[in-house]
Design a protein around this ligand. Sequence first.
Ligand code: PEP
Length: 255
Amino acid sequence: MARRYFVAGNWKMNGSIKANADLLGDLLRQAHELAAIDMAVCPPAVYIDSVGRQLIGSAIALGAQNLSDQDKAGAFTGEIQAAMLADLACTHVLVGHSERRALYGEDDATVARKFGVAKAAGLTPILCIGETLAEREAGNTHAVLERQLRAVIDVHGVAAIDGTMIAYEPVWAIGTGHTASPQQAQDAHRFIRGVMSGFDASIAGSTRLLYGGSVKADNAAGLFSCEDVDGGLIGGAALKAAEFLAICSVARALA
Ligand code: PEP
């Protein structure tokens, strides 16, 4: 069945005004050829405004990497409110990226709050879930995925998932060069869809599931061809225009 893939670039804490402008210039020159898929870039917060200005009129969506779990403005020094991201024309936001969970102590409850405030502000959350290597080796992959997914569904209800995206990102594959095999990715994605199906089969069927973890142009076809993989969340490879565009082209060829 033809599907509309979504490929998002997570720039992590990389970039500069000049590097971003160069990267976007290269992306924008070819983005029109990729109209059959949806694309987004998620720059560091300080660059969201300038990147957004460069994207005006293009088909590339603007995403953020993080947001505050507080829904109201106020005394939360250093935090960025969902409404502020929306104010800057952000449409998407990563929630629960493994680096936020591991390095900044974001637990399931925090991730669920962030998911809720993102939705309330009209942003599309991309909920990142995934197991560590130790969890996989202990045979706990499915249990971890289900726990991280249910943490959001239990608080907000399955209807809140509708229209959002879920990124399966095995922690052991992020930035390591060790990509999940297509079989491992498909198994996890099918499991995630199955958990959602237990709540609502229609939402499970329509929610786009992205794979993230060392996706490159030369492994994207195997991953994106999996039945339950609807796109990718790309980190390191999103910083090189040619590589990111090549990954997007793989998605376009399969769409
Ligand atoms: C990510 O940052 O979400 C990611 C998947 O990174 P990488 O592609 O570099 O593994």
